[in-house]
Design a protein around this ligand. Structure first.
Ligand SMILES: Cc1cc2nc3c(=O)[nH]c(=O)nc-3n(C[C@H](O)[C@H](O)[C@H](O)COP(=O)(O)OP(=O)(O)OC[C@H]3O[C@@H](n4cnc5c(N)ncnc54)[C@H](O)[C@@H]3O)c2cc1C
Length: 223
């Protein structure tokens, strides 16, 4: 049976990491150490190891990053080549940089922060939709445990940090409410609205969560 490769195959990320060589966002490295490095395009979030975090970044920002990496590579190689090459501007990287990026990735690419979010909300609201009408103690404990670990392990770490902070509000008002499907579905809707507000999106009317996620809309279009 083939084994798991010992070397990770993330050379693309490694080269991006060194290309931009950003400080670890959680480190206390003094500012100014990286003055010579290119600034990251707007919206690119770094992982805790200092490399770009794809699941924390939108497609648009990710593509700006890969274009910048291509351009940097191109600039480096052309500066060490002939004068004729230096005059050439119609390289694929430059052409790509001038072309607007589609805002959607093909469906078989790793998810960006938005696709990951949509898929995750589908899972979370569906868990609420299939939660017992009245949950016993064991069911409540299981869900509490799930949410605790989910909020630590969610693959967008900045999202996870904010979600944990929201749940742990000192008033206790954001603790998961797990007594029944109605309570839990409403709580999940509030949790989602918290993220909607943070991102400047319209809030969802929580009175409609069951139609959206469990029964389908009253007009019958989901039947
Ligand atoms: C825990 C968590 C934290 C996140 N944190 C961040 C973050 O910090 N930064 C970031 O950029 N992205 C974050 N995301 C992703 C973000 O919430 C969205 O999923 C993403 O921006 C795509 O948004 P969307 O507009 O396609 O719809 P989504 O917000 O993904 O919603 C999907 C569908 O759910 C329905 N819906 C919307 N609001 C509600 C609600 N309140 N209750 C019930 N149904 C609703 C709507 O029909 C909507 O089309 C997070 C996701 C999760 C799961």
């Amino acid at each position: 049976m083939p084994g798991i490769p010992t070397e990770s195959t993330d050379s693309q990320f490694k080269s991006m990491g060194s290309m931009f060589n950003q400080p670890n966002p959680t480190s206390s490295k003094p500012a100014g150490d990286d003055d010579s490095k290119a600034p990251l395009p707007k919206g690119v979030v770094l992982d805790k190891d200092g490399k770009p975090c794809r699941t924390c970044t939108s497609v648009a920002s990710w593509r700006a990053l890969t274009k910048q990496a291509d351009l940097n590579k191109n600039t480096t190689s052309s500066s060490s080549s002939s004068t004729a090459n230096k005059m050439t501007t119609s390289t694929p990287a430059l052409a790509a940089a001038a072309t607007p990026s589609p805002s959607e990735l093909p469906s078989d690419c790793p998810p960006d922060v938005e696709q990951l979010g949509r898929s995750t909300w589908t899972l979370l609201h569906s868990m609420a939709a299939t939660y017992p009408e009245k949950a016993n103690a064991e069911h409540q404990d299981n869900m509490r445990g799930f949410l605790k670990f989910f909020s630590k392990l969610y693959p967008c770490w900045v999202c996870a940090d904010d979600f944990q902070t929201w749940m742990a509000h000192p008033s206790g008002q954001n603790q998961p409410r797990l007594g029944s499907r109605k309570e839990f579905g409403w709580w999940m809707c509030e949790a989602h609205n918290e993220v909607n507000r943070k991102l400047g999106k319209k809030e969802f009317d929580c009175r409609l969560w069951e139609e959206r996620w469990r029964t389908g809309w009253k007009d019958g279009r989901c039947d």
